[in-house]
Write a protein that binds this ligand. Structure first.
Ligand code: NDP
Length: 349
């Protein structure tokens, strides 16, 4: 089996790559520059004979992926490449051009890929697309009575106008929603020879599989965890962040592999969430398990309670468990493994 993976140098993509390589698959990683490809080969040095690199400089260009598909034949395509880095101080940013930096690569990157597979890759049977619960939950109504429980039929009601003119986080969420909607429309209108699976994870945490020079280079989701729970002070409040559910990156990667292997997954959307959590829970684990390193730096808050407001939304994960057979690891394991990884990065930087 030959696989094309986009975003293989990122947080989520590198875990998908790791699990594919461990199972013996050959993977072609499409990245923006040769330097990013070379870094993958270094991070996966012992398995580099299973890896090819394809350079796709700009996924917004209409023919971005054509040469990649013309030059090789693949069975499965995983698309994870999509912007998910907020520029600091950018929450107040309303500049349309900046928001389009989220929206265009997400949407055009997806459509250019699907078009290229349709036109140039007759051997591809399935495209597995990484979405987000950002395209599912209504962020204007995160807390309600009774609390919302989202499932696969739900869509974030955010409009294009709100995305273009709002904060970066809105542009990001809308980029995931509109890209996914476009992908499903493509399937309906173009009736290509392959099927599509979309996987929508919430906040994704876990140890890194790719190398980074410094904690400052952390991916967005782990960076938020670091700021809220690791790099604070024991007297600081546990922050409220509008993130109520999580998945471990290794479980998300395993779900991606299942999405490739399980025939019934074809043309289905899955929410890939382990369960609800609160940042107080993270702080409790860090205080208990890393007292020397984190005792003074992790907010104490109110141990043993939830820092989520009553009525906080959650996610129903029955579909992914039943159809893809996914089991999620314990939250404590995720947080302990993240802590070991991040504290080591901080130590050597
Ligand atoms: P990373 O920032 O670690 O990785 C993002 C990847 O996308 C990198 O490979 C990056 O390549 C690529 N990318 C970003 N912008 C562009 C662009 N304009 N053109 C080409 N490639 C681009 O983030 P994650 O690994 O966390 O995110 C991966 C996917 O998972 C995204 O689709 C994201 O929406 C989704 N996701 C992540 C969640 C999380 O909590 N982490 C939660 C839900 C969904 P480069 O190095 O060249 O920038």
């Amino acid at each position: 089996r030959r696989i094309l993976l986009t975003g293989g140098n990122g947080f989520v993509g590198s875990h998908i790559l790791a699990q594919l390589l461990d199972r013996g698959f050959s993977v072609c990683c499409a990245v923006r520059t040769q330097a990013k490809g070379d870094k993958i080969l270094i991070d996966f040095a012992t398995q580099k004979s299973q890896i090819d690199i394809a350079i796709v400089p700009d996924i917004v260009e209409p023919e971005a992926y054509d040469a990649t598909f013309r030059n090789s034949s693949f069975d499965t395509v995983f698309h994870t490449a999509s912007p998910f880095t907020y520029v600091s101080g950018g929450e107040a940013n309303t500049a349309e051009s900046n928001n389009l930096q989220f929206l265009e690569p997400a949407i055009k990157g997806t459509l250019n890929l699907l078009r290229a597979v349709k036109d140039h890759a007759p051997t591809v049977k399935r495209v597995i697309w990484t979405g987000s619960c950002a395209s599912v939950a209504d962020y204007e109504c995160l807390v309600s009575d009774p609390p919302r429980v989202y499932n696969e039929i739900d869509w974030n009601p955010i409009t294009w106008n709100e995305a273009v003119n709002g904060e970066q986080s809105k542009a990001y969420r809308a980029s995931k929603k509109f890209a996914e909607l476009e992908a499903w429309s493509f399937m309906k209108n173009e009736k290509p020879h392959f099927d599509l699976v979309t996987l929508c994870p919430p906040a994704t945490f876990g140890p890194l599989r790719h190398s980074i020079p410094s904690i400052r280079d952390l991916n967005e989701s782990n960076a938020r965890l670091w700021k809220a729970c690791f790099d604070s002070s024991k007297d600081a409040p546990v922050p409220y962040i509008p993130v109520h559910t999580y998945v471990d990156v290794r479980d998300l990667a395993m779900t991606q592999i299942q999405a490739m292997l399980v025939p019934e997954a074809g043309n289905q959307r899955f929410l890939v969430a382990a369960r609800q959590f609160s940042f107080q829970e993270v702080c409790d684990i860090l205080q208990a398990r890393f007292p020397l390193e984190q005792g003074e730096r992790t907010p104490l808050g109110k141990p043993g309670t939830s820092s989520l407001p009553p009525g906080a939304y959650s996610i129903d994960n029955a579909k992914v468990r039943v159809i893809l057979g996914v089991e999620f690891r314990a939250f404590e394991e995720t947080i302990v493994d993240v802590a070991r990884c991040l504290l080591e990065i901080e130590r050597v930087e």
